[in-house]
Design a binder for this molecule. Sequence first.
Ligand code: CA
Ligand code: CA
Length: 678
Amino acid sequence: MKQLLFFIALVCFGFTITAQTHSVLSEGNWVKLSTDSAGIYRLTYYDLQSFGVDVSNLSSDHLNLYGMAAGAMDEMYDVDFTYDLQKMAILVDDSNDGTFDAGDFLLFYGQGPVTWNYNADSTGFKHTTNPYCNKVYYYLRTDDTNPKRVQMVDYSTQTPTDTITELTYTMLHEKELYNPLHSGRWWMGELFKDTTERTFTINNPGSNFTEGTLNLSLGSNSTAPSTVEVYVNNQIIDTIQNLITPNGYYAYRLRNYTFNLNNLTNPFDLKLVFNQPNDSAFVYLDYFELNLNTSLSIPDPIKTTEIRSTQTHAEGVFLYRLTNTQSFNFVWDVTDPLNVSSMKINRSGDTLSFIDTRTGRNYLLYNYAPMYVTRRDDGSKKTIYIVGDINLPEPTLEGEVENQDIIGTATPNMMIITTNDLQDAANKLATFHTDTDGLSVGIFKVNQIYNEFSAGRLDPTAIRNFIAQKYNQGKSNNNLQYVLLLGPASFDYRGILYPNIHQVPTYESIESGNLINAYGTDTYLTTLDNTFLPVGRIPVSTSEEAYEVVNKIIDYKTQPMLTNWKNKVVMMADNGEFGYFSQDADYISQTILDTSFNMNQTKLYFSLWPPVNNGYPQVKQELLNLLDSGVFYMNYMGYGGAEMLSKEGVFKVEDAQNLENQQRLPLWINASGGTARF
Ligand SMILES: [Ca+2]
Ligand SMILES: [Ca+2]
């Protein structure tokens, strides 16, 4: 009988698998690479060899690169969202012999955390910094089929309507240093407080700009009127007025300013001066970005130059004419980073030109010369020298990627999303739920999710999309019912202040400067099309902590103490805030009374007790007695922090540690500040 069951299971399994799609990572040999700024990157035969790739008789057609466009994932829920790695167009130079061997190399367009978009309404190109990740990852498959290569695009027979002679040099200065409220996605840079004046030198060899725009973002906190003066080459160009921050919940108020710049020199100095009205006032520089117009004249020694031009954001057939371009022989259209194409160019002396009928394109201009490889026998050793005049950078090796296929995994009833460190505890909990509740439980690690849903980048939306993919896949059978996040979360996605957090990310608001408007929430992760799935988090950081909580859960469920404590509700309310805390507690209390549940309620409102030495010792004693004897549902409204509840400390960390309420654990809901930060 056992054998028969096994056979049936195999058949079902086989059937399910064929009906599903699979990740490209489910087969083949893979190497993971990363880049941290936009540009053309090179990988040579020797690079692949040093990565451990088997390069003997490597057919160049077997090389393909995969990834996703840079930037944060799109938060808009779309049933047809893209997932899994996408094959990218790359250039492979194998000396036309079909084999990738010594002297051969491949080139690809790699990106970084900063992307630029044209903003037709205002100031030209605006940047976006990915708030989640400093790198962009690429996956090289070395035993692939169907090679995807950079194709030549040829519009040279079209008659131009416009000649483009200017490019827009975009430049960003942004340091991500401070997040004072430890919340949200904004990070501030240089602090103008003890230092109130800073000068930045803008230097771009080869440019001949004289005008452009400056986009300045400042976060300020000042109770009195204060100003920031903006200087170019020590000439004041404007004074920012009215830097007053509203009282209340602001750590700082973020504001954006745009200035037109004229009579520029290359290089030039940009100076910011904060006129500080009192010692507590300060200003953060969030960032400044520049759009500088320069002629398409690009001398040596620049190797790679990005070309984007505000002139092309209209309809037309554009002739780009670039002078002084002796060293360049390639122009790539990188507007779609996964489908890069090569422009058909025309060279005449030191002038390079090309035609494009499409508007709003981004190009990269670069040079690659043949590489010269010499081999020399040095005793028994063969030393290989690579000589070339190419200054193209190489991507960073991140390591091999094991085959995985969470896209193709069947949808479980419950999923546990966790990190490598915590998976043993996750396994224990999964087994428990399967044995006692009959649930199928799937454990998924965040890094595996990133590989297939965000090309390796930490991104909360990758988690959301993964949950959506699993939910949609099991929709007809209502398979996915619960999502558990097992692990810590942090506002510090990039590890700027806390580099070693292995996190299961939460969703943070964009706003970071305001205590009320900045928040983190896990519900984003399971809010799908028209569905919201129950989601919970066990915010533990270590395996020991994880086991402790898992054991508590198992105890709670397996040793029910069916005494009257399961009927007890405690409503605790702080004083202050004009009595709102007790009013709100009353509202919840009444809501419980209105249900058919016959619960025994105890009200611990501070305002009903006499204060003793500015404290509430009687409330504290009553609370500890109640908790020790067992409370089913504990509700607290009031002031609080990670160390204690209420300013008077009616419940502190040591009180929790001294409780004798094993097997009588309360469901505790707090409306309070910072008590349950993770
Ligand atoms: Ca070759
Ligand atoms: Ca910033």
